[in-house]
Design a protein around this ligand. Structure first.
Ligand SMILES: Cc1ncc(COP(=O)(O)O)c(C=O)c1O
Length: 608
């Protein structure tokens, strides 16, 4: 039976195969000629890590596709239906699929074509500049209607398998991605597919969050993630604060009950106002300035709930861009990496003031003051309210006074980023003292707040932007404009995190519990800091002074290791950290301090 099949089919198959080769060669020529027309300029990446001056100007046109040369360019769709048109036109310009449907043949055993006899082959072309071109050959025992779904075509993968029969091709007839030509019983279908996003280059991994991705991929048991600033327990596990669990009742077992409870208390899932939850806005401003601060009593603070610290900074950046055109923003060198991204994306010019002195691994106070003095009058000076990221170096109270003097003299506007209130010293009030000092001088200022770290609400995206103005009237106007900026960005903020904060901060018992937990977290980090210092000092006989580690504060320690040394920490010791030498002590346990000290010693002394 098998040999009879071979005898009767093989010559036919041979002919079919030859025919396929001829068609494939022809198609390759067609494809090649299309390719030469398709080469198009690469629209450069819009990577916000680019220095401001080097960043490519964003095309102001309607759609990146309109920049692709050649016929049938994509136009920005004006409505849903034209968007479909848009895709197919782009497709023709960018990618080519060739699908060959060879003559059907009949199954001699069964007389009529049946689905089980369908055989399909596909071959993948890899053409320069074309990412998904594929040629498919279908040998069907039915009709030329047997084919592949568009999804399958788009996959462009070499396959051999049973076909599915008759109906798909009819669907594809109406599909603008496919052009069909008939040669008697042979029909050739050229399917042109593409992406409007061909000009978008792969973005580099985020310098901070990318570290966690690399960490996850490492299978070494000794690995240690000191990259991201997120609190871990002594067992190096993520930590949900008890007080948060209590309020949100997010224990998995009674999550449903918690949701029901919220509904019963009329805490429904309706939209929040653009400015956020009123109860949250009230307590967050009070937490920052102190409930009896005149700026609160005189209603001089415009508070708008934001998408955590990052989103709140972004709102403020948009306000600066809109109402202070050309104003300079000054950020510390170094600073949290996302500051540059935020101001770049908001198209706000920024420059740096000196902050870190590598010689002392401490604050370059003179440099900082002279750079702030040299900035054009009315610049926005971004200051980390406490626990400076990445250095962990904060000005002393006396230095804060001098910084405030210079800022006042120059009519600059202080712009505080408070992402670690309570995490630096363990005291919410102490960590807000820098902000309160400026407010007490009657200065107008901006403060972005985050509850990612101090309440462990990383994923809830809860924070606020506060603008202290000289009058209640100005504050009302500023608030109205912040809302106007937020509306087209994200419309209104999420509610869950706001409710947690409002409940914890607004309830005296829970508030006290939270303070105790925060002291515990800050205390664990202080213990780890001390142990790391002790381990380094005991191991290092070179006379190097590691005491800078103890002078730093908050989650981070700036080790002073350069990029090559930091690479050695990762490649040799499986210690994941940012390339600027920053380690997050919140990701370190007492048990791992010795190991980390060995890694630092090796990297510092043996790698230059
Ligand atoms: C200095 C600083 N500002 C703002 C943020 C914002 O964090 P989030 O957007 O998670 O609140 C961070 C987080 O690491 C930070 O370190």
């Amino acid at each position: 039976m098998i040999s009879r099949r071979k005898k009767s089919f093989f010559p036919g198959a041979k002919a079919i195969f030859l025919l396929f080769l001829i068609l494939a060669a022809g198609a390759t020529l067609v494809v090649a000629s299309r390719v030469s027309n398709l080469m198009k300029p690469n629209i450069g990446p819009n990577d916000t890590n680019f220095p401001q001056s080097n960043r490519p100007i964003q095309p102001s046109g309607p759609n990146p596709c309109s920049y692709v040369p050649g016929p049938g360019h994509c136009k920005a769709p004006s409505d849903a239906s034209s968007s479909i048109q848009h895709d197919s036109q782009c497709s023709e310009d960018l990618l080519v699929h060739s699908v060959f449907i060879l003559p059907w043949y009949q199954n001699p055993h069964k007389g009529n074509p049946v689905e089980s006899d369908l055989r399909r082959f596909s071959v993948e072309f890899n053409l320069p500049g074309i990412s998904m071109a594929s040629t498919m050959l279908s040998l069907t025992s039915a009709t030329p209607s047997a084919s592949l779904s568009m999804q399958e075509i788009l996959k462009g993968k070499a396959r051999l398998g049973s076909g599915t029969g008759s109906t798909l091709f009819n669907k594809e007839k109406g599909n603008p991605f496919i052009k069909e030509k008939s040669f008697g019983r042979i029909s050739m279908t050229v399917a042109v597919n593409a992406s409007c996003f061909e000009g978008i280059a792969m973005a580099p991994p985020d310098p901070i969050l990318g570290v966690s991705e690399a960490f996850r991929a490492d299978t070494d048991a000794k690995k240690l993630n000191l990259g991201v600033g997120a609190y871990r327990t002594e067992e190096l596990q993520p930590y949900v604060l008890d007080v948060v669990n209590k309020v949100s009742k997010l224990y998995l077992s009674n999550w449903y009950i918690a949701e029901r409870l919220m509904l019963e208390r009329s805490e429904n899932k309706e939209y929040l106002p653009i400015e956020g939850l009123a109860a949250f806005n009230k307590v967050t401003a009070e937490l920052l300035f102190g409930a009896d601060n005149p700026v609160i009593n005189q209603q001089r603070v415009a508070t708008v709930q934001g998408l955590s610290g990052t989103g709140s900074l972004r709102l403020a950046a948009a306000l600066i861009e809109r109402y202070f055109p050309g104003a300079q923003v000054m950020i510390s060198s170094p600073t949290w990496g996302n500051h540059k991204n935020i101001f770049n994306d908001a198209r706000v010019p920024w420059s740096e003031y000196r902050y870190y002195d590598p010689k002392t691994v401490g604050l370059d106070f003179e440099g900082m003051i002279s750079d702030i003095k040299a900035a054009p009058d009315g610049s926005f000076i971004v200051l980390h309210g406490c626990a400076h990221n990445p250095t962990g170096i904060d000005p002393t109270p006396e230095q804060w006074e001098k910084i405030a003097d210079v800022i006042q003299e120059k009519n600059h506007i202080p712009f505080f980023d408070v992402a670690y209130q309570g995490f630096a010293s363990g005291s919410l009030d102490e960590d807000a003292s820098s902000v309160r000092l400026f407010a007490a001088r009657g200065m107008e200022l901006l403060v972005a707040q985050s509850y990612s770290k101090n309440l462990g609400l990383y994923a809830e995206r809860i924070g606020a932007i506060n603008v202290v103005c000289s009058s209640a009237d100005a504050a009302a106007r500023v608030k109205s404009q912040l809302k106007r900026i937020a509306r087209p960005m994200y419309s209104n903020p999420p509610v869950h995190g706001a409710r947690i904060v409002a409940n914890v901060v607004g309830d005296p018992a829970l508030f006290n519990e939270w303070k105790a937990e925060m002291e515990m977290m800050a205390g664990r980090i202080k213990n780890v800091r001390q142990k790391l210092f002790d381990s380094l000092s005991a191991k290092d006989k070179s006379g190097k002074d590691w005491s800078f580690i103890l002078k730093q504060i908050g989650m981070f320690s700036f080790t002073g290791l350069n990029k090559t040394q930091s690479d050695n920490m990762t490649n040799k010791w499986h210690v994941y950290m940012t390339k600027d030498g920053r380690i997050s002590l919140a990701g370190l346990s007492l048990a791992k301090c010795e190991y980390l000290a060995d890694a630092i010693m090796d990297s510092y002394h043996n790698v230059s």
